[in-house]
Design a protein around this ligand. Structure first.
Ligand code: SF4
Ligand code: SF4
Length: 118
């Protein structure tokens, strides 16, 4: 099982959750953050810190966020635009640095005109 970052993070990406993760498995795309499901140890620390309630345990995902379960995983398992191999399990977001691109699913999401910071 894993935790999943959903739609509320898109175009916010303030990275408050990153410092909470004991295994540094929350990675930075262009518009959102992604949790590596193979590295997440299911501790829940990130979920409690997110002011936008963007993070879910996969078993609690509402129907309209289910696509993000597959999509967080796809960020690591698929070859992203501009890369020649999948990220896989890099073993730490700090070492990898910002990836600079998103999955095709997130890249295609509409841009909100409403500022989402509380
Ligand atoms: S704390 Fe929430 S909104 Fe902020 S980067 Fe993490 S998931 Fe996104
Ligand atoms: S549940 Fe724990 S291990 Fe998984 S992403 Fe959140 S803080 Fe990291």
């Amino acid at each position: 099982m894993t935790y999943v970052i959903g739609a509320a993070c898109v175009d916010v990406k303030d990275k408050s959750c990153v410092q909470e993760c004991p295994v540094d498995c929350i990675y930075e795309g262009a518009r959102t953050m992604y949790i590596n499901p193979d590295e997440c140890v299911d501790c829940g620390a990130c979920m409690s810190i997110c002011r936008l309630d963007a993070i879910y345990w996969e078993g609690d995902l509402p129907d309209d966020e289910l696509q993000h379960l597959e999509d967080n995983a796809a960020f690591f398992s698929q070859v992203l635009p501009g890369r020649n191999c999948a990220l896989g399990s890099p073993g730490g977001a700090d070492n990898l640095g910002p990836v600079g691109v998103d999955t095709p699913f997130v890249a295609a999401l509409p841009h909100s005109t409403v500022r989402k910071h509380p």
